[in-house]
Design a protein around this ligand. Structure first.
Ligand code: SAM
Length: 275
């Protein structure tokens, strides 16, 4: 009989967030697949759990995923963990879950910490409808396309960001959403220096220009007001296109994206841009 794949979320800071079920699942698995075995060893040491570890990360996932699948099909139970939070959410695991599901392996998930949802809940921004955007790409073109696709987004948006890239991201948010858009910057969640900064995109950019950011951040950005799209003028749309071009996008692609987002006719927008 085939074994199972368990997804096991681990604390994003506070070890008190290890649930009894997380502990039991790690204890009962035949082996644990970990993003960074050194990080997971520390958690296992704290929990006094001794299990064989295999490494499963972004750069070995094809090879390691195949071996894990074979072991599970051979009857073993695997618990998958990442460095922190829920595996498969901006973390290795998505491919392994797909591989297992396609091979008829039961995938069972333990409930637990996830930085995105923890931040959203504490943000003070609307939680009824939201989108998870993960990390913005460092590649100029895909980054610009990603942001352009969010111009008219009315749902609350969740982003992950590393501290050394935060300021650039906030500057891009000012360009994309305007400096008055509300943002909650959720820093060091569940840790000693947990902080939630509820401000505007423009003020956040100024603040971190003066004081370099430290720690881990989730950025929760308010969606556009429904009326913002309707009221967007041709002049505003042209300026959005120009921003995208300045970021390296081709004129044709920038016009297409902004036209899609604003509902302004593509040909009219193109004419206005080239004029
Ligand atoms: N899979 C994880 C989860 O579900 O929480 C996310 C992994 S992703 C590689 C790491 C990012 O999550 C960080 O760059 C940061 O944006 C966010 N993050 C993780 N822990 C955090 C914390 N304690 N406080 C704020 N953000 C955190």
């Amino acid at each position: 009989m085939a074994g199972m794949l368990y997804l096991v979320p681990t604390p994003i800071g506070n070890l008190g967030d290890v649930s009894p079920r997380c502990r039991e699942t790690l204890e009962s698995a035949d082996f644990i697949a970990a993003e960074d075995t050194r990080v997971t060893m520390k958690l296992l040491h704290y929990l006094d759990i001794h299990k064989p570890l295999v490494s499963y990360h972004e750069h070995n996932k094809a090879e390691s995923g195949g071996k894990i699948r074979a072991r599970i099909l051979g009857g073993e139970t695997c618990a998958l963990v990442s460095d922190a939070g829920t595996p498969a959410i901006s973390d290795p695991g998505e491919d392994l879950v797909r591989l297992c599901a396609e091979n008829g392996v039961t995938v069972c998930t333990v409930c637990g910490p996830c930085a995105a949802i923890t931040a959203l809940a504490a943000s003070g921004l609307p939680t009824g409808r939201f989108t998870f955007e993960g990390f913005l790409s460092v590649n100029k073109k895909s980054r610009a396309e990603h942001l352009a696709a969010l111009v008219g987004e009315t749902r609350t948006m969740i982003f992950y960001e590393a501290p050394h890239k935060l300021l650039r991201t906030l500057d891009d948010f000012v360009q994309t959403f305007g400096s008055d858009r509300k943002i909650s910057l959720c820093r060091e969640l569940t840790k000693l220096h947990e902080e939630i900064i509820r401000t505007t995109v423009g003020e956040a950019a100024e603040r971190f220009r003066e004081t370099p950011p430290r720690g881990e951040f989730v950025l929760i950005v308010a969606g556009a007001e429904k009326s913002e799209n309707v009221e967007m003028t041709m002049e505003d749309a042209v300026s959005l296109v120009q921003n995208r071009i300045a970021e390296g996008m081709r004129t044709k692609d920038a016009v297409k994206l902004v036209a899609e987002q604003t509902g302004i006719a593509k040909n009219a927008l193109y004419d206005a841009v080239v004029k």
